[in-house]
Write a protein that binds this ligand. Structure first.
Ligand code: NAD
Ligand code: TYD
Length: 356
């Protein structure tokens, strides 16, 4: 086990980041975990209420695009490791406002790489820069096949292109400057604390409020869904046991066509809400497609299974049920994040689509 004790986690107030912060803070009481987050609309300190008072946890509000601020932060804490999750993460928003994605995902990542390189200098023993990325960098699959670590990059949305750009920068800092890096590319995550602009929490929230469930295009677009806690466990393994310079693909081996997934969620929600079977399915509404919509993502997670012994732990049935229950039991969380600015986003994203 490597002895990296002071760790910077970026984007720790977001969906996946909060699960990673919780895992590290509770599993490694002798580590100091610094969570750096700008608290954009997607960042929420409520996600970390249960661990915020732990002595080995510090929250710093800041922007990874701000270079001088980052340099000061690195000087102050002398991090041994970085786990970088901060990003603009939603494809639909990247279509509306691509520049924010270039700034945070590319410039922000380069700023972090540079701050790590300058602070660490030649003292690279036991240092690690871990970049968390997405399977979307590989493009779109047809009916068959899987993304492996060797699949050529073919990003097709401003989001995936900005993540691909950041992945290239991380590898460039490794090859050019010798920075010890590791990368992982993961499939779609689901679970507690996901912002309800993404498919699963959006559908759960809309079912709850008896609102239309917008299905883009023909609904046969396919995603490979992974329980977020399994992703956090994979990140822990890679951080401690992954090989420097390597990339690991992470996936749930759990492919669903969107329409089938939404129907399943309708059935689970009917049961949990005590509604007559089949009532939520009536809310399903096919709407105008997303421009440039990738048809299918599917991950071959053979490398991380063989080399690090990781595999997903829970079934889709169990994970979807736990997720639906979490959103129903955490009404205040959901009400807080869907008030105000969310309404404007929802209106601009869905008004015309649903009216058509
Ligand atoms: P998220 O949108 O829920 O959270 C992102 C976090 O980053 C937020 O807390 C936000 O406040 C913070 N942030 C944004 N811009 C920042 C900036 N300029 N400076 C500092 N903090 C900033 O995203 P997520 O779904 O948790 O994804 C986390 C990471 O995992 C991202 O890098 C994403 O590309 C990657 N990823 C996500 C998925 C998924 O299904 N959600 C799958 C694979 C990979
Ligand atoms: P999303 O959760 O946005 O993740 P990503 O685009 O990164 O895979 O979307 C998952 C799938 O669901 C994707 O094929 C788009 C589709 N989708 C809908 O059909 N309706 C919606 O309202 C949303 C948000 C997504």
């Amino acid at each position: 086990m490597k002895k990296r004790k002071t760790i910077l986690i970026t984007g720790g107030a977001g969906f996946i980041g909060s699960h990673v912060v919780r895992l590290f803070v509770t599993k490694y009481p002798d580590y100091q975990i610094v969570n750096l987050d700008k608290l954009t609309y997607a960042g929420n300190l409520e996600n970390l209420k249960d661990i915020e008072d732990r002595p080995n946890y510090t929250f710093v509000r800041g922007d990874i695009v701000d270079r001088p601020f980052l340099m000061e932060l690195f000087e102050k804490y002398r991090f041994d490791g970085v786990i970088h999750l901060a990003a603009e993460s939603h494809v639909d928003r990247s279509i509306l406002n691509p520049l924010a994605f270039i700034e945070t995902n590319i410039i922000g990542t380069v700023n972090l790489l540079d701050a790590a390189r300058r602070t660490w200098g030649e003292q690279l023993d036991d240092k690690l820069f871990y970049h968390v990325s997405t399977d979307e960098v590989y493009g779109s699959l047809g009916e068959t096949g899987y993304f492996t670590e060797e699949t050529p990059y073919d990003p097709r949305s401003p989001y995936s292109a900005s993540k691909a750009g950041s992945d290239h920068m991380v590898r460039a800092w490794h090859h050019t400057y010798g920075l010890p890096v590791v990368l992982s590319n993961c499939s779609n995550n689901y679970g507690p604390c996901q912002f309800p602009e993404k498919l699963i929490p959006l559908v759960i929230n809309n079912i709850k409020h008896n609102k239309p469930l917008p299905i883009y295009g023909d609904g046969k677009y396919t995603r490979d869904w992974l329980w977020v806690v399994d992703h956090a466990e994979a990140i822990d393994l890679i951080f401690h046991k992954g090989k420097v310079g390597e990339t690991y693909n992470i996936g749930g081996n759990n492919e669903w066509k969107n329409i089938d997934l939404v129907e399943k969620l309708c059935d689970i929600m009917d049961e949990l809400l005590g509604r007559p079977a089949g009532s939520s399915r009536r809310l399903i509404t096919f709407v105008k497609d997303r421009p440039g919509h990738d048809r299918r993502y599917a991950i071959d997670a053979g490398k991380i299974r063989r080399e690090l012994g990781w595999q997903p732990t829970i079934s889709a049935e169990e994970g979807l049920r736990l997720t639906a229950k979490w959103y129903l039991e955490n009404e205040d969380w959901l009400n807080n994040v869907t008030s105000g600015a969310y309404q404007q986003y929802y209106e601009s994203q869905y008004r015309e689509r649903i009216a058509e």
